[in-house]
Design a protein around this ligand. Structure first.
Ligand code: GDP
Ligand code: IMO
Ligand code: MG
Length: 428
């Protein structure tokens, strides 16, 4: 039996989709365990670009099954749209399944997310407006609608009626917006259940059997540690646990079954949405990273904020996740930069030097990163396929990260295409 977990270590968009795609060729199962269609995972196959939001990135080359676990919040309409896009390209999707326990993103979740973000003095987290937070709220409040409910007309009717009572009151009285009609939502979601019924299964039972039978299982994280509801920069976070710990609750597999914990980090840092970002560069260097790295959100198209690599936050992320294999992506984007900076400590507002991440999000805005400077390289590294082919300064950059974190970089990604990798150790 071998299990693999791929998680993001920064603020999302580290290249998890690309790495999942690479590893999925040898996986019997590829499993999403949290988040929803707020994710945007890009995979290049030759010149062809795929962006997966809700489907596991393994859908493209996994010969086994792709699973949307119970911890995911599912927008059934997005799901069907993505399925159609994949099928249009002549690929199969009959191997994609959804947990009966996964919660459903309803139209009122999306509206609530949007109204809150757009309200003057509202939350202003800069969410993707996909209804993620409100759907998880209902789950925790025990009033959510699960995939299994779409298959039971009476239960579905009762649950929608109850939800609409409170949501409509909020829309009407607080946001001064139109209310929603029961019939329209009920009929639409009943029909969605009918369309999806053969894909809605007890995924946790099958996954545990697969573990028992020694299959290769790959768990694909969305978002990342610094967006984690507990360990990220709260409240500028998403509403789930995108850490390795989230796998057990989000897929129904025991902690003892998790083996290869793979953390993905960019060679620099990006963030989309609001919240503190200590190493952010609001200058020409940041703009150059955005231009060369094509740093625009895969889900919302927003320009990503860019900055230097932050090892203080990365250490926090690897600790929470227990990472035992690191992946560094987009090293190629740094080619040509004369000097590279890496944050190794922060200076607090009262002049104290610290090397750990803080839970006080408001204070973080005033922390000043302290940098080590490394010499850059000028060579194009996008064709390198072995570690020895990298320029000496690129190797020094990788080794600096390894030494600080005490974890080996097992894969260096040097371009968006699925073959642009330097694999230093075969994990399978
Ligand atoms: P994810 O959300 O973690 O899957 O990452 P995204 O797909 O949102 O963002 C990563 C972006 O970087 C995508 O456009 C990828 O095609 C691209 N990418 C991934 N790895 C590399 C790399 O090593 N070099 C370059 N230049 N681009 C990469
Ligand atoms: P992938 O899987 C980058 C950010 C949003 C916002 C915050 C909360 O592609 O790495 P939400 O809609 O989840 O309530 O928004 O989280 N965010 C992401 N940023 N990559 C993502 O996913 C993200 N998913 C959510 O921008 O700041
Ligand atoms: Mg993304």
């Amino acid at each position: 039996m071998a299990t693999y977990v791929v998680v993001g270590l920064q603020y999302g968009d580290e290249g998890k989709g690309k790495i999942t795609d690479v590893l999925s060729a040898k996986s019997d199962y590829v499993v999403r365990f949290q988040g929803g269609d707020n994710a945007g995972h890009t995979v290049y196959v030759g010149e062809e670009k795929f962006v997966l939001h809700l489907l596991p990135s393994g859908v493209l080359q996994c010969k086994g099954k792709c699973v949307i676990g119970n911890g995911v919040v599912v927008n059934p309409k997005s799901f069907l749209r993505e399925i159609a896009q994949i099928e249009e390209k002549g690929m199969r999707t009959d191997h994609v399944f959804i947990s009966r326990r996964a919660h459903v993103i309803m139209p009122y979740h999306i509206l609530l997310d949007t109204y809150r973000e757009e309200e003057e003095g509202g939350t202003q987290i800069g969410t993707t407006k996909k209804g993620i937070g409100p759907c998880y709220e209902d789950k925790i409040a025990r009033v959510g609608i699960r995939m299994v409910d779409l298959l039971n007309p009476e239960v579905l009717a009762e649950k929608i009626k109850k939800s609409l009572k409170t949501k409509n009151s909020l829309f009407e009285k607080y946001f001064e917006k139109p209310t929603l009609e029961f019939d329209e939502i009920y009929n639409e979601f009943l029909a969605l259940g009918e369309t999806l019924k053969d894909r809605i299964v007890d995924t946790e039972v099958e996954l545990n059997q697969a573990i028992h039978n020694g299959k290769n299982i790959l768990f694909e994280g969305a978002q990342a540690a610094m967006l984690d509801i507990d360990f990220g920069t709260y409240p500028y976070v998403t509403s789930s646990s995108p850490t390795t710990g989230g796998v057990c609750a989000g897929a129904g597999v025991p902690p003892t079954s998790l083996q290869n914990l793979i953390g993905v980090a960019k060679a620099y840092t990006t963030r989309v949405g609001n919240g503190p970002f200590p190493t952010e560069l609001n200058d020409e260097t940041g703009a150059e990273m955005r231009r060369i790295g094509h740093e625009f959100g895969a889900t919302t198209g927003r320009p990503r904020r860019c900055g230097w690599l932050d090892l203080v936050s990365l250490k926090h992320a690897t600790m929470i996740n227990g990472i035992n294999n690191l992946v560094i992506t987009k090293l190629d984007v740094l080619s040509g930069m004369p000097t590279l900076k890496i944050a190794t400590k922060y200076k607090t507002e009262d002049g104290k030097i610290i090397d750990y991440f803080t839970s006080s999000t408001t204070k973080l805005y005033n922390y000043e990163p302290m940098y080590e400077e490394l010499e850059g390289w000028t060579e194009d590294i996008t064709q390198a396929r072995s570690y020895d082919e990298l320029p000496a300064n690129a190797k020094k950059y990788i080794e600096f990260i390894e030494n600080y974190l005490g974890i080996n970089v097992y894969l260096v990604s040097v371009g968006p295409e699925r073959s642009q990798n330097i694999i230093r150790k075969e994990l399978f």
